[in-house]
Design a binder for this molecule. Sequence first.
Ligand SMILES: [Zn+2]
Length: 298
Amino acid sequence: MAMACNCRSYVQNARNKTNPSDEPAVTSTDYPCGVCSFCAKIASGTHPDVTQVEPENGTIKISQIRDLCDVLMLRPFECRMRVAIVNEVHLMNASSSNALLKTLEEPPEHTLLILTAHQTSDLLPTIVSRCQHIRFNPVPRSALTEILIRQRGVENKEASVISGLAHGSVSKALGLKSSWMNKRRWIMAEMGKLKESSLHVILALSEKLSKNRDDLPDILEIMLSWFRDILIYPHDPEKVINQDMLDSIRDVSERYIPDRIYRSIQAVQTMLNRIQTSKTNVQLSMDYLLLRLKAFQQ
Ligand SMILES: [Zn+2]
């Protein structure tokens, strides 16, 4: 979007088609070139007229929003439009939201603000009502598999597993590629033997899993997919996401009571929500989670 607003050859192409003195006509078939100096800088995240705000430690602070508003008061340095992308605005607290509200109400000229969020219900209604909504629906699993195979050369079976884990998100599917496939096998093998694991082994596993907070959402998603597969296997083995681990999923599903799988899923989901919304102690939470999961396997 930022490139589409500012691409140099895109603007030039449009100008050539019309009277040069007119505003450039933009047609639905025009795309940003991706290679001009503006596009290249925007794509690499170094263009001074495109600002991205990301949450820091699970929250968007008021100081970040104030800094952004200060930048937006300036005219674009070289582009036609200054673009600000605020990611995961549901992680703004009330004071950050209010600070942003003023700019949303009266945005400076030549400014485009893009806010991303999982769902509008997480945001202040005053923010929602001032934005135009664009919904991104999940990409079907078959289309994701196709992208991985054709564009990234991922092997068929692996592509199918990754697209199942990615919940319709292309960026997530591309991020899960490679190293996660090995981690996934290891995590699932450890989940499968929790019942026999001693306290010492479980605490050591917890330490390894919670070493990097940024990896935790993916680790927990992998656990969720594993429990989901155990639940689904007896009814429809073809719908299992982790098709390459069908044997171990069958073994575990035979000794799990469905009610305990639901409770395991709930426990993992609770931790996932907690680490995304608060500064919880991840190591302690992981200790607690693994001990609960072990108890559900008894
Ligand atoms: Zn361009």
